[in-house]
Design a protein around this ligand. Structure first.
Ligand SMILES: Nc1ncnc2c1ncn2[C@@H]1O[C@H](COP(=O)(O)OP(=O)(O)OP(=O)(O)O)[C@@H](O)[C@H]1O
Ligand SMILES: [Mg+2]
Length: 164
């Protein structure tokens, strides 16, 4: 069974620290799928991942609502997709989605359930839950060969946030 790890994010700074850590450790071809309700913090986490990837601060990361995909320069490229408004799987093909997945950057996908059968086998899934105004939790579930690369998250006795 896939190991999952629940991370407590008491306030925005914790989410930023978590995202920055993810961004600093990401390698070309990594994929993070971000799930959770509207307002849970998926785009906010992506902004922090961008900080960790050294995306220049003059690039403000927002949800790519109309284009579905935004690309940002950083230590490695960041491909940010928000598929909430995806109309059809043909749009994914037009987007050249698979070229990005197997490209040289980190891909972050909001609303990845829209991918259906194109859901990548290897990815780190992060499910955000809104607890109250400032508090969130993140359930991390690795799939495929991403596990060894982010294994630090899954050691029970090494609380992740203490290591930042
Ligand atoms: N601990 C926290 N972690 C993340 N966001 C937080 C936290 N506390 C407060 N927030 C706020 O919650 C909001 C989250 O909005 P955000 O756009 O990131 O959500 P989203 O999951 O991307 O929503 P959508 O599904 O509409 O794209 C932001 O205004 C952010 O500042
Ligand atoms: Mg969003």
């Amino acid at each position: 069974m896939t190991p999952s790890h629940l991370l407590h994010l008491p306030d925005l700074q914790d989410t930023i620290a978590f995202g920055s850590h993810l961004g600093r450790n990401a390698q070309p071809g990594d994929i993070f799928t971000l799930t959770g309700d509207l307002g849970a913090g998926k785009t906010t986490l992506t902004q922090a991942i961008g900080q960790g990837l050294e995306v220049p601060p003059d690039f403000y990361i927002t949800s790519p609502t109309f284009s579905l995909l935004h690309e940002y320069p950083g230590r490695i490229p960041l491909y940010h997709m928000d598929l909430y408004r995806l109309g059809s799987m043909e749009e994914i093909e037009e987007l050249g989605f698979e070229d990005y997945l197997y490209g040289n950057g980190l891909t972050v996908v909001e609303w990845p359930d829209r991918l259906e059968e194109l859901m990548p086998d290897s990815r780190l899934d992060i499910h955000l839950t809104l607890i109250n105004e400032h508090e969130r939790s993140a359930l991390l579930t690795p799939y495929g060969d991403i596990i060894p690369r982010f294994s630090s998250f899954f050691h029970r006795n090494t609380p992740f946030l203490n290591k930042i």
